[in-house]
Ligand binder design. Structure first.
Ligand SMILES: *Cc1c(COP(=O)(O)O)cnc(C)c1O
Length: 401
């Protein structure tokens, strides 16, 4: 192996990782081998209640019979032909998304970050076509997470993710959240789009209220700026509404989806109004794999399942119960500083490093994910029922000690 630098004196003294995988994740020391419902099992036979959903991906839990049949059926059809040709599943999925949302047009890609990068391009294309050539800037807000490629990272408020990779993409910035400073920034001639997660996920689970989002809508309409919602984590049923924007009744111009959309297969989507779509020309964007027949067929099944009014109602009711139970847990144990969330996305601020609680929870048979150094995130599969939530909270209480 060629080496670009002399070995540093601090060269690996810790145990070498027993894996050829690039260590960009601090993986938990368990190997998961199977699951059913909201439970996972490791190679040693230990069972876990899963409050991570593969980071908001596994809305239908594990070993779901409907999802399995959809995957089997999709495998009997075409897997891939490229976007040089028409295929029915992608067109059908785009229509289903358009029928159930504000959107008129949909672009498919393969992940969340890819959806955001594409959406930024579409926002710029629109702004320059209908506004002025100077209009180009994408503005994100404090606490945001939009992914880890260059433009999305530039819109992501995580100094430790950003610093090693400067310079990030230009023309992308982060603003303070308060309406007064946003009003000032959005009045700049160069701003093309404001991007925000209606519920910030990675940044600590911050639920923006309807009044705040309504103000952003008014400001952006007023100034002819695209309002873009990143619903990659909070969309597709997680709030108990199909889309988070429907919960607050504030309609964006552009919206990105990914995580749960294809039941764990890679897919992202950019939803937009006809006004934005009308400014996009052939060749402006593309994706070799995006919206292929295999993944699109599976996503159609998932979309039908998470659109089910019974499921959404169950998430709303479960979420109400979770909120009360978590506040009660906070009051009883004194180990929780704050509880925030809605539906099946909750953040819990604790007094000790979140990683410590997550480790103890794992020992108690509960899988959790962090959202910042002192915040635990609870993301149960949307199919979780009351008894599942209760069992998870029992284990959480034991982990809090
Ligand atoms: C996960 C996430 C992304 C990035 O999605 P990837 O599929 O990991 O690229 C972007 N925005 C939000 C809000 C997310 O939660």
């Amino acid at each position: 192996m060629a080496t670009l630098m002399a070995p540093s004196p601090a060269a690996p003294t810790s145990t070498p990782t027993p894996s050829a995988l690039l260590p960009v994740y601090k993986r938990a020391p368990i190997e998961l081998v199977r699951g059913e419902g909201i439970r996972l099992h490791d190679a040693e036979g230990k069972e876990y209640v899963d409050f991570t959903s593969g980071i908001a991906v596994n809305a239908l839990g594990y070993a779901d019979e409907g999802l399995r049949s959809a995957i089997r059926a999709a495998a009997d059809g075409l897997v891939h032909v490229s976007n040089l040709f028409r295929t029915a599943p992608g067109e059908q999925l785009a229509q289903q998304l358009a029928d159930r949302s504000f959107a008129d047009r949909v672009f498919f890609c393969n992940s969340g970050v890819e959806a955001n990068e594409g959406a930024f391009k579409f926002a710029r294309r629109w702004a320059r076509t209908v506004g002025s050539p100077a209009k180009h800037e994408i503005v994100g807000v404090r606490g945001s997470f939009h992914g880890r490629l260059f433009a999305s990272l530039a819109a992501t408020d995580r100094p430790s993710y950003r610093a090693p990779f400067r310079p990030l993409a230009g023309g992308v910035s982060i603003a303070e959240r308060d309406l007064e400073s946003l009003a000032g920034i959005l009045s700049t001639e160069t701003v093309a789009a404001l991007v925000i997660e209606p519920i910030q996920g990675e940044g600590g689970v911050r639920v923006f209220d309807a009044g705040y989002l309504r103000e952003l809508r008014a400001m952006t309409l007023d100034r002819r700026i695209v309002l873009m919602f990143d619903e990659i984590q909070c969309g597709l049923g997680r709030t108990g509404h199909l889309f988070a924007y429907q919960r607050v009744d504030v309609v964006p111009d552009l919206m990105t989806l990914a995580k749960p959309i294809a039941g764990g297969l890679p897919m992202g989507a950019i939803l937009m109004t006809e006004e934005i779509a009308a400014t996009i020309q052939p060749g402006d964007h593309g994706s070799t794999f995006g919206g292929g027949p295999f993944v699109a067929s599976v996503a159609s099944h998932v979309l039908d399942r998470v659109s089910d009014p019974g499921l959404l109602e169950s998430v709303r009711r479960g979420g109400q119960w979770l909120g009360e139970a978590l506040r009660d847990l906070a009051a009883r144990t004194g180990k929780i500083r704050d509880v925030r969330g809605v539906g099946f996305i909750w953040g819990i601020d604790v007094h000790e490093p979140a990683a410590e609680v997550i480790r103890r929870a794992r020992e108690e048979g509960l899988l959790l994910v962090g959202a910042g150094d002192y915040t635990l995130r609870i993301l149960p599969p949307l199919v979780a029922i009351q008894a599942d939530l209760e069992e998870g909270l029992h284990r959480l209480e034991r982990a809090l000690g």
